[in-house]
Design a protein around this ligand. Structure first.
Ligand SMILES: C[S@@+](CC[C@H](N)C(=O)[O-])C[C@H]1O[C@@H](n2cnc3c(N)ncnc32)[C@H](O)[C@@H]1O
Length: 383
């Protein structure tokens, strides 16, 4: 592997990388650790040049930050570690200027960090997205009564959202709060309910049904039993967002003893396998909800249409089939999204087939990309 520090770096690429650090520092100025570190790396060739080792298209500050976060999670005694709430706990994190410790740690671990940067990409599995997944599942199943539920997640990562019914999902609004899932769970997810959808669900008698079958598909599934794979996923989270890492750890711990199956492969190619497996687990008559959260955005447009065609075909054999999507605007074929720019950038969509008949696609609403708020309503009754 070329040594980006000791061999002379390509000045044009390095300047481009340093500009990205500078932009990151400006955009995320509210994060004291990450913005300070990025502001310094933007002017420090030795530390910035580690990112030259990244795979094509991956040379982004978040990868550099994830590699360092991984290092300190694994070695909590390193000087930089005391600046990470994810290592020390929020109450004990150091205050002042983190850069001297961070720079020392980076330069002492150039080989290890370079290897991480050269062999990894960033990946996420954001547990608080259970807020919009829970609302979407309750909305999708509002007409299917006691029919058992099977969920199939496309782009499932470690499969943490497949455990949604085992988490406590709290929707809070000025007029009260609603709870979906398991209120006693150690995994606490919460979001502001801007439209009172929690009260609508309660009034409709709609709850988050028990999930009888759960299967994911991912190009690079993360194995919850692998300490190193889970640590990388954790390292990709930003340590300064309160509650995020704790929630991630709680969910991984909860699901680890009986993790959901996540099939390796492309979501279009493996969709039918995943649905078959989920129906086997849940029972042949199960209502299958195929869901995707920030995953179809990675598909080129023709593959999105291929995915829709596979679902249409599956509707011929699955009597209750729903497709729940939480994606940036413009990713999901068939959804008639409003023309206006949508706040929050995540559109919650629902398409349903009942006994082979396609119901009109519905935009349920919009939500924060990590479930911090939701503004959604229930779909029209299928009658
Ligand atoms: C941003 S992550 C979202 C993970 C999870 N759905 C969540 O919301 O936390 C996107 C995931 O989609 C996966 N992915 C991207 N393209 C894919 C494809 N063509 N087939 C299957 N998985 C894919 C990635 O590997 C990654 O795990």
């Amino acid at each position: 592997m070329p040594d980006p520090v000791r061999s002379s770096p390509d000045p044009i690429r390095l300047a481009r990388i340093q500009r990205r650090f500078s932009e990151f520092a400006t955009e995320y100025a509210a994060l004291p650790l990450y913005s300070t570190v990025c502001r310094h790396v933007a002017h420090d060739d030795e530390t910035a040049s580690l990112l030259l080792a990244a795979r094509p298209g991956q040379a982004r500050p978040v990868l550099w930050l994830a590699a360092l976060h991984h290092l300190v999670l694994r070695n909590p005694d390193l000087p930089a570690a005391r600046w990470y709430p994810s290592v020390t706990g929020a109450a004990s994190v150091a205050t002042g200027d983190p850069w001297p410790d961070v720079r020392l740690t980076v330069l002492d671990h150039v080989d290890e960090l370079t290897r991480l940067i050269a062999t990894h990409g960033t990946q996420t599995n954001e547990v608080n997205r259970a807020v919009y997944v829970a609302v979407g599942l309750a909305a999708a199943t509002v007409d299917s009564g006691d029919v058992p539920l099977a969920i199939v997640e496309l782009g499932a990562s470690a499969g943490l959202l497949l455990g949604v019914d085992q988490y406590a999902v709290e929707l809070s609004s000025p007029t009260g709060s609603a709870l979906l899932g398991d209120g006693g769970s150690a995994v606490r997810c919460s979001g502001e309910d801007r439209s009172g959808v929690g009260a609508l669900l309660t009034a409709a008698g709609a709850a988050l049904p028990a999930v009888r079958g759960r299967v994911g598909v991912d190009l690079e599934p993360v194995d919850l039993a692998s300490v190193d794979e889970v640590r990388w996923l954790e390292a990709c989270l930003w340590p300064e967002v309160p509650g995020r890492i704790e929630r991630f750890r709680a969910a991984a711990d909860l699901l680890r003893p009986d993790p959901p199956t996540v099939l390796r492969g492309d979501m279009v190619d493996r969709l039918t396998d995943a649905v078959t497996l989920a129906r086997t687990d849940a029972g042949g008559g199960a209502h299958v909800v195929v869901l995707s959260s920030w995953a179809m955005t990675y598909l080129p447009a023709p593959r999105r249409r291929d995915l829709a065609a596979v679902l249409d075909e599956l509707a011929g054999t699955v009597s209750h089939l729903s497709w729940l999507t939480a994606e940036p605007r413009g990713c999901v074929p068939g959804l008639d999204e409003p023309e206006v720019a949508l706040e929050g950038n995540t559109v919650l969509g629902l398409q349903r087939w009942r006994h082979g008949h396609a119901l009109p696609p519905t935009v349920l609403g919009t939500c924060h990309p990590h479930g911090a708020w939701i503004d959604a309503s229930l779909p029209p009754s299928p009658s």
